[in-house]
Ligand binder design. Structure first.
Ligand code: SAH
Ligand code: SF4
Ligand code: F3S
Length: 419
């Protein structure tokens, strides 16, 4: 049987896209390989969000190109593929096909052109996962000043409800219990008047879908209706990922984020009131052009006040073609990294203490599989965003178990099953 190997960089949207390509290839008899060596196709799904992400992807592609042997094909997909297009084939000899992120809309045809379907090939798609992603939106119209995503992913649009529901039902038939709905700004979902809370409440009625997550929430479009919807059903995970990026209003305005830190704090207060045990997580960007030391301190004080369970933290990386790339007064690399280290130290301590505070609490854990190195230990995730290791003799992937946290170890809660 022909084999395909995936190396996926970037966000969950890319993970979902790799999965879609994998499904299409499996209809042609391809099976997933866990090594690039000897695979018939090697696919590198790329990200452009920061310069470092592109560098990493390029060096992987070059490495695969150098090792190519036999009739192996090398495909490059995703956001960097979109940004650089066929120029990539000239930059790195050995790349056979470039499929930009925007071609995901018509990926069926793209794969048909590259690999005419073989009637005789058996479909061999089987997943062992219990949790998966389903995009509800594509593209982005927000044009945050630092961000390349609108340029590589194109205009924002909402996927029609019936297509989302069909995708969900298909995943459930493959054994999936939990779905994370994806979009760059899910809060602006709008399909024929159906908004995001309406969409979530309707999906919560789908049989067999046991837990619902979504990302990313943009503070400018997050509403009380959304928070009420999440609080209304036990099917919703109690996790809200809502990036605030920066604490100073002047920087937020320059970033074109369209909210103030006061508005953000108000949303957090509302979430804490209506969903008291929610895990709130964020993306934070330091060193945006002209950010002063005092403005960076405003980011730190927001972090200290909100107490995120975890956060993704980044030093600003100029991206060609974005509004911010044309701004002067860049903060030096050393200063950006000093700010980032200070922020990471503060957040790491908050994360540690939040995990510690969970000890003794009752958890609902969706089991994802056995912990390989230990007998009678199972991995899973609680209703928020915490990783849990449960000791119990018999369990099964896909079960939701009640457990009590007895210890916190790094970013994992150790728990005992409750009977
Ligand atoms: N749509 C999501 C974010 C997608 S990109 C949202 O709006 O929240 C993921 C994160 O990467 C962003 O939240 C931001 O913190 C970071 N990021 C984006 N562009 C960046 C850049 N040029 N330099 C550094 N970090 C960046
Ligand atoms: Fe980028 Fe802003 Fe769109 Fe998020 S909302 S993808 S940060 S432009
Ligand atoms: Fe995601 Fe990176 Fe593209 S963050 S949308 S894979 S640029």
């Amino acid at each position: 049987m022909p084999t395909v190997y995936f190396q996926t960089f970037g966000c969950q949207m890319n993970v979902a896209d790799s999965d879609t390509i994998h499904q299409l290839l499996s209809q042609r008899g391809f099976v997933l390989s866990d090594s690039p060596d000897g695979s018939d196709i090697v696919i590198v799904n790329t990200c452009s969000v920061r310069e470092a992400a592109e560098k990493r992807a390029k060096s992987r592609i070059a490495e695969f190109a150098n090792k190519k042997s036999g009739g192996q094909k090398l495909w490059v997909t995703g956001c960097m593929a979109q940004r650089l297009g066929d120029a990539l084939k000239e930059q790195i000899r050995g790349v056979d096909l470039v499929i930009g992120a925007r071609q995901m809309e018509r990926i069926g045809e793209v794969i048909d052109e590259a690999l005419p379907p073989d009637e005789s090939a058996p479909a061999v798609f089987n997943k062992s996962a219990v949790t998966d992603f389903v995009p509800v939106m594509r593209g982005c119209d927000n044009y945050c000043a630092y961000c390349i995503v609108p340029y590589v992913r194109g205009r924002e649009h909402s996927i029609p409800y019936h297509l989302v529901e069909t995708a969900v039902k298909e995943k459930i038939s493959q054994g999936i219990k939990e779905i994370t709905f994806l979009g760059q700004n899910v809060n602006s979902y709008n399909f024929e008047g159906m908004d995001f809370p309406d969409l979530l409440l309707k999906l919560a009625e789908v049989n067999g879908l046991e837990r619902i997550r979504f990302t990313t929430s943009h503070p400018k479009d997050c509403t009380e209706k959304l928070i009420d919807a999440i609080a209304s059903s036990n099917k919703f995970a109690t996790h809200i990922h809502m990036p605030f990026q920066a604490g100073a209003d002047r920087i937020l305005a320059l970033m074109n984020r369209k909210y103030t830190s006061g508005h953000y704090r108000g949303l957090i207060e509302m979430i804490r009131k209506k969903i008291p045990d929610a895990d709130i997580t964020s993306d934070i960007l330091v060193g945006f052009p002209t950010e002063s030391g005092a403005e960076f301190k405003e980011t730190l004080s927001l972090v200290n006040d909100v107490r995120f369970t975890t956060a993704f933290m980044f030093a600003y990386s100029p991206r060609e073609g974005t509004i911010a790339a044309a701004m002067k007064e860049e903060i030096s690399k050393e200063e950006k990294h000093a700010r980032l280290s200070e922020l990471i130290a503060v957040q790491t301590e908050i994360t540690r203490s939040i995990y510690q505070e969970s000890v003794g609490k009752e958890l609902e854990v969706l089991i994802s599989g056995k912990q390989e190195k230990r007998d009678e230990a199972w991995m899973g995730q609680d209703k928020g965003c915490k990783r849990v290791l449960i000791s119990c003799a018999s369990a099964e992937a896909g079960m939701i178990l009640k457990a009590r946290a007895i210890k916190s170890s790094g970013m994992t809660l150790i728990a005992e099953r409750m009977l």
